[in-house]
Design a protein around this ligand. Structure first.
Ligand code: NAD
Ligand code: TYD
Length: 346
């Protein structure tokens, strides 16, 4: 197999690329294409790039999935037969500030990849979608057959990519599989998302800006379990199907925040309830019976997964301190300053 991992320098994509390279004793090729936006980080691939003599085949291209010539070149040059599309603008709050990049990458970029897959006769196309395409659910859990109802620009652009991928299966027979996972956590996650932002703020003794009452519910999945599920679906998933991926770990944001603070032995007084996110989805919950019936199941327990993630951020301050400067600080000020009473976002 020659697998193209788009967005492979980001959080989940880099875990997936590492997993593939570690497995590639059988001769598989791993090719990463990443634009290296603010969220892309070559440090995430260092284990692979520093260790190439020991690992299997690995190649990195810096570039945009919207660039058709480049995507075509990569697919031909490395005889790519499988595309796993992680590339996306991925943060809801940034999409609320400006949806432009989300429309480009999460919709047009998917179109370009699908066109190339169609013309080059790809054997498998995995579109990494998200549970956010369903919108919020007050009780019960979403099944794959439920209607989608995205409620923020990120979710809507991902829904566009998700349904476009499906249409290429129905219309042209491109062998597409669509995955919808719930919130991921783990090492190497850019510190704009809840878990890494709160861990790193707490280490720095800064306030943790909890939106609204903090009683919103998220369904948490360890990134390694997610990557194993995707690998499993490349082998066992059925073309044209959607698969929910979840570990059934539903927790309120305040519970997750307490777990982080307790592991760090930091006071709960670091929490600051701030102005809520606009259009905030109150609860996400997925029914993942379909993939479990095929034989996949998650391995990592939520409490232990969060604790080990906290320990990684404690040990890897170099990784996140470099990120929490420059562009990040400008974003942080813009996102939080007007929401916080303490003005500690300054
Ligand atoms: P991330 O923001 O950490 O990484 C995204 C990567 O894509 C970055 O390396 C970035 O440089 C790259 N990228 C962005 N635009 C690009 C473009 N035009 N061309 C090429 N590369 C580009 O995101 P993540 O959290 O790793 O999410 C990966 C995928 O998983 C996304 O598609 C996201 O929608 C989906 N997803 C994420 C979660 C989650 O909780 N993080 C849950 C479900 C699904
Ligand atoms: P996030 O990590 O942005 O993921 P998503 O929006 O995709 O679920 O947010 C997870 C939850 O945490 C969500 O309910 C919003 C909340 N949240 C805060 O309360 N404060 C914050 O600073 C952030 C980034 C998120």
């Amino acid at each position: 197999m020659s697998i193209l991992v788009t967005g492979g320098a980001g959080f989940i994509g880099s875990h997936f690329a590492r997993m593939l390279v570690n497995q590639s004793a059988s001769g598989g090729q791993t090719v990463v294409l990443d634009k290296l936006t603010y969220a892309g980080n070559m440090e995430n691939l260092r284990e692979i790039t520093d260790d190439l003599h020991k690992s299997g085949y690995f190649k990195f291209y810096k570039g945009d999935i919207c660039n058709r010539e480049l995507v075509e070149h990569v697919v031909k040059e490395d005889a790519v037969d499988t595309i796993v599309n992680f590339a996306a603008d991925s943060h809801v709050d940034r999409s609320i500030m400006d949806a432009g990049a989300f429309i480009d990458t999460d919709m047009k970029g998917v179109y370009v990849l699908l066109e190339v897959a169609r013309n080059q006769g790809a054997k498998k196309f995995i579109q990494i979608s998200t549970d956010e395409v369903y919108g919020a659910i007050p009780e019960g859990s979403f099944k794959e057959t439920d209607p989608i109802n995205p409620r923020n620009p990120y979710a809507a652009s991902k829904a566009g990519g998700d349904r476009l991928a499906y249409s290429y299966w129905v219309t042209y027979g491109v062998p597409v599989i669509i995955t919808r996972a719930c919130n991921n956590y783990g090492t190497n996650q850019y510190p704009e998302k809840l878990v890494p932002l709160f861990i790193t703020n707490a280490i720095e003794n800064k306030k943790l800006p909890l939106y609204g009452d903090g009683m919103q519910v998220r369904d948490w999945l360890h990134v390694k379990d997610h990557c194993e599920a995707i690998d499993f679906l490349i082998r066992h998933g059925k073309n044209g199907e959607v698969y929910n991926i979840s570990a059934n770990n539903e927790h309120t944001n305040i519970e997750t925040t307490h777990l982080i603070l307790d592991e760090l032995k930091k006071p709960h007084s670091l929490i600051e309830h701030v102005l809520d996110r606009e259009g905030h989805d109150r609860r996400y919950s997925l029914d993942s019976t379909k993939i479990r019936q095929l034989g996949w199941q998650p391995k990592i327990k939520y409490e232990e997964g969060i604790r080990s993630t906290v320990r990684w951020y404690l040990k890897n301050e170099d990784w996140w301190r470099k990120i929490k400067s420059g562009e990040f600080l400008e974003y942080y000020k813009r996102q939080y300053e007007h929401r916080m009473v303490s003005k500690s976002a300054k």
